[in-house]
Design a protein around this ligand. Structure first.
Ligand SMILES: *Cc1c(COP(=O)(O)O)cnc(C)c1O
Length: 480
């Protein structure tokens, strides 16, 4: 069994095993003709159920053959140009190489004595990101598992910085289309049920700053404490960007922590053409970035950045066995002092390999391409009488709804759109997402693949219309 350990004697076995796996995946990626097979959970479950985990197969080839059956054959492939659903990107090869290196070496980034150079590389990438944001010389941050964790940590710091004698008095302001992790974080942070004040959005799904100003004022007059404003730079549903400079001014005026959730919009930090769309982000006290969304990095790769490094002390605890207080005096760089996690992956290496191979412009150009593609898609939808399209894209998202000329009942149109999405998923021809706008069911393209073409979008719109029409045809038959 020791032959399975990755060590000096088994280096050759490691090479052979991983190469065999990489070859399988490469062949699979090359041969995928659809983003999904359309398999159902009910059909797949018995295959996985039937496997006896206490009877190992022993040999790599057999295990990979089995993996083909239980996973690879029916996985959802984000690299396929007709995967248009969620905020998942195709990944860049240098980052995948980084992933292979970091899991083989298996550094843990909590302390210097478990990572050495890994810690310094992470710190350099944090500095690189804060410089791109423009957070100033006192900025710092740390890699996290994802945007939800970054938002939680940012709001923890904001809570600790707020001046109050009671958690019940704290209020967080976020737009009605902000990410649900804001509410979840408020709950986890022990704030009251009413802690998150929802601010309405304008026609373009951007926070209405007039409404924000009114709510901040009301909060002050009620003797409550405005703990944080969460501005979203790239909403999950629409890609809309809240007016950051105006929000920054209001935060300044009311002494409120400004958090920018740029989980999606962070790709603009590398953009060659559209960086100005997130101007104002430099005023933030904290920023969430998800490199695994718009930097084409494999999951996980995310960070929380802060304007004032000293605020990270709210996440600092010392343990004799790990990071005793004296290490701070000895200037030993322990990232655990800034993190909610302890044992932590060296995810930063993926971004490092990416920047060292392609440069920031390389990533930014890819993101610009999907933003441009979204504009083409918007034009396509706006010109198509079969569809109603919501908001012009600020990033790479399109939200639309099939509207048959002959049907006026909005509930029936809802059902046709829901049916079309399901039927498309079951066919595996393409994958799209869905959401609700003003109480009605809509469909969504999240474009993060520069390989997707206008023809792909047009073809998927035809497929959706076909499924919706089939549903409506059958529903006429049902009714008669
Ligand atoms: C995706 C997303 C998050 C959550 O990020 P995870 O990495 O999925 O945890 C937070 N905010 C916004 C705006 C997002 O789009």
């Amino acid at each position: 069994m020791r032959s399975h350990l990755l060590n000096d004697t088994n280096a050759e076995r490691y090479r052979r095993t991983v190469t065999e796996g990489v070859e399988r995946v490469a062949a699979k990626i090359a041969a995928t003709d659809r983003p999904f097979t359309g398999i159902t959970a009910d059909a797949l479950a018995p295959r996985i159920e039937s496997i006896d985990l206490d009877r190992p197969l022993g040999d790599t080839t057999a295990v990979l053959d089995e993996l083909e059956e239980v996973y690879l054959r029916d996985a959802v492939y984000f690299h396929h140009p007709r995967y248009l659903a969620h905020l998942n990107c195709p990944v860049v090869i240098p980052a995948v190489l980084g992933e292979a290196v970091l899991s083989a070496v298996n550094s843990s980034l909590d302390t210097w004595d478990q990572s050495a150079g890994g810690t310094l590389i992470e710190r350099k990438l944090v500095d690189w990101t804060t410089a791109r944001i423009g957070l100033g010389p006192a900025a710092d941050g740390v890699f996290t598992s994802g945007g939800s964790q970054s938002n939680l940590q940012a709001l923890l710091l904001a809570r600790e910085e707020a001046k109050t004698d009671s958690l019940e008095k704290l209020r967080i302001f976020a737009s009605e289309v902000s990410h649900f992790s804001v509410k979840k974080s408020a709950q986890l942070l022990g704030l009251g049920q009413d802690a998150v004040i929802t601010i309405p959005v304008d026609h373009d799904k951007r926070m209405r700053t007039v409404a924000l100003a009114r709510e901040l004022e009301r909060c002050a007059q009620d003797g409550l404490v405005p703990m944080a404003v969460v501005a979203t730079a790239g909403t999950t549903d629409f890609g809309s960007i809240d007016p950051l400079p105006e929000i920054a001014e209001l935060c300044e005026q009311y002494g409120t922590w400004m958090h920018v959730d740029a989980a999606y919009g962070c790709g603009l930090l590398a953009s060659v053409k559209y960086r100005d769309r997130i101007d104002g982000i430099e005023h933030a006290d904290s920023v969430t970035v998800d490199y695994h969304k718009s930097f084409f990095q494999p999951v996980s790769s995310s960070a929380v950045l802060v304007k004032d490094a000293a605020t990270l002390r709210h996440a600092t605890y010392h343990a004799e066995y790990l990071n005793p207080r004296r290490m701070v005096q000895e200037r030993i760089p322990n990232q655990v002092d800034k993190s909610l996690q302890t044992t932590r992956r060296f995810d930063a290496l993926k971004l490092w390999m990416t920047l060292r191979t392609m440069g920031a412009d390389g990533i930014g150009q890819l993101f610009d391409e999907v933003c441009d593609l979204a504009v083409r898609g918007w034009e396509l939808l706006a010109a198509d009488p079969r569809y109603d399209v919501v908001v012009e894209p600020s990033l790479s998202t399109l939200v639309f709804r099939y509207i048959p000329a002959a049907v006026t009942d909005p509930a029936e149109i809802d059902r046709a759109n829901l049916y079309a999405r399901k039927a498309l998923f079951a066919s595996g021809d393409a994958v799209v997402a869905g959401t609700k706008v003003s109480g009605r069911h809509y469909l969504k393209f999240t474009l993060l693949n520069p390989e997707t073409t206008v023809d792909d979008m047009a073809a998927v719109l035809d497929l959706i219309a076909g499924h919706a029409e089939q549903y409506l045809g059958e529903s006429v038959v049902r009714a008669s």
